[in-house]
Design a protein around this ligand. Structure first.
Ligand SMILES: [Zn+2]
Length: 59
């Protein structure tokens, strides 16, 4: 599971980033925060899919 964070810049833009290596630049801190939240949710779904596949493979 990912934990994304954001960094607001002096020019008003913001970067969202995560320890997994994902990052993105956004026009506003709000957009970056939304992207960070979406990233955490998306990676949770991926983790759940991997677990479901493993359960299916192992019977
Ligand atoms: Zn991540």
């Amino acid at each position: 599971m990912c934990y994304a964070d954001t960094d607001t810049h002096a020019d008003g833009t913001a970067t969202a980033f995560c320890y997994c290596g994902w990052s993105g630049d956004y026009a506003t801190p709000t957009a970056a925060d939304t992207a960070a939240t979406n990233h955490e949710r998306d990676t949770e779904e991926i983790d759940a899919a991997i677990v479901a596949d493993a359960i299916a493979a192992n019977g």
